[in-house]
Design a protein around this ligand. Structure first.
Ligand code: NDP
Ligand code: OXD
Length: 316
């Protein structure tokens, strides 16, 4: 019966239980989790998160790959990736979650949340400076879907906002910098750094000691703060710890890590000025994302172009 339905899907996921994804996708289409044999011509689409490397190369009629996340580094990790369009997640619900996370963490650093939580534990009644938002400059590395939405929300709260991108951009109310030449002036004008870059060969390890040392420390917050919700491979954790311990960095909020899950032995877990979340800033929700993926497949089958395509050359 179900064989009559168009466009069979391979669902290949590692790292979480894809039961919900399977349930929702298979309500409309045939879904398999393993190709049949060495070459499976029956599959049209792949929906993936950290798929088994090489598996997509066994699908000679594959028409498009759908990433379960906004980031696609997990797809490019496959050395045998077939040359078909890659669609990434762009969705209002995911963007809103990221905006909420960024605004939460920026406000916590601005309002000295780490200091006050520690004071409360000691039952100490002591006030320290909390500069108003217009006196704090937030710099966002990456002004894409998520970075721009976060920038607008922070601007609406009252913060000064800067952004850094690969290509030049003009965005009302945001001071923009681009390319290698723009990075140092961007950092020199930033009190709280928010990282919302994709992980590509060009961005790997960018958040190291050298970058952190260029942030503005002589500010009303009492030092520079880091928030990384992009990817763990963007950061060098040993450098972050060194920067925290020598005063280059005051505090950090980290949602992503070089290796996930973060090892229980990592000193980041217990560092008094580090706030850890388990890659939970903006989780892909099957209920919101499956309808968007199915809609894209239908559009494609009607001969319309796919949306939110990844630029293979840029890697994001
Ligand atoms: P986009 O592709 O829309 O935006 C990426 C931004 O990064 C663009 O502004 C781009 O510049 C900039 N950029 C890329 N490479 C460079 C470079 N070499 N130098 C300077 N700027 C660069 O991505 P999204 O905003 O949708 O997502 C960003 C990342 O957030 C994802 O790749 C993913 O890793 C992460 N993420 C994390 C989640 C979590 O829960 N922690 C959830 C969702 C996403 P330009 O504008 O010039 O192209
Ligand atoms: C994503 C993520 O890329 O969840 O969407 O990290």
């Amino acid at each position: 019966m179900t064989d009559q339905r168009a466009g069979r899907i391979l669902l290949s996921v590692q790292g979480f239980n894809p039961k919900k994804w399977h349930e929702l996708l298979s309500a409309k289409r045939d879904v398999v989790i393993e190709p049949q044999g060495e070459s499976d011509p029956s599959i049209d689409y792949a929906v993936v998160w950290k798929h088994t490397p090489g598996i997509l190369g066994r699908l000679p009629n594959l028409k498009a790959i759908f990433s379960i996340g906004a980031g696609v580094d997990h797809i490019f990790a496959d050395p045998n990736l077939p040359d078909v369009p890659i669609v990434r997640v762009v969705a209002g619900n995911l963007t809103q979650h990221m905006v909420d996370y960024v605004v939460w963490r920026v406000l916590d650093h601005q309002r000295q949340g780490m200091f006050y939580r520690s004071e409360q534990n000691k039952k100490r009644w002591r006030e320290i400076a909390q500069p108003a938002s217009p006196d704090v400059s937030v710099g966002i590395l990456g002004l894409g879907e998520l970075g721009q939405a976060a920038a607008k929300a922070l601007k609406a709260v009252g913060f000064k906002v800067n952004g850094w991108t690969r290509t030049e951009k003009t965005i009302e109310g945001i001071e923009t910098f681009s390319g290698e030449a723009g990075l140092t002036p961007f950092l020199n004008a930033t009190d709280i750094l928010v990282v919302l870059l994709p992980h590509t060969p060009a961005t790997e390890g960018i958040v190291g000691y050298d970058l952190l040392s260029k942030l503005r420390r002589d500010n009303g917050l009492g030092g520079a703060c880091l928030i990384n919700a992009g990817r763990g491979k963007l950061q060098k954790e040993a450098d972050i710890l060194r920067a925290l311990d020598d005063g280059t960095l005051k505090e950090a909020s980290l949602d992503v890590f070089e290796e996930e899950p973060l090892a229980t032995t990592s000193p980041l877990w217990t560092h008094p000025r580090v706030f850890v979340t388990p890659h939970a800033a903006a989780t892909s929700d099957a209920h919101h994302l499956v309808p968007l993926m199915l809609e894209q497949m239908e559009r494609f089958e009607r001969g319309e172009p796919l949306q939110h395509l990844v630029d293979r050359k840029a890697g994001y």
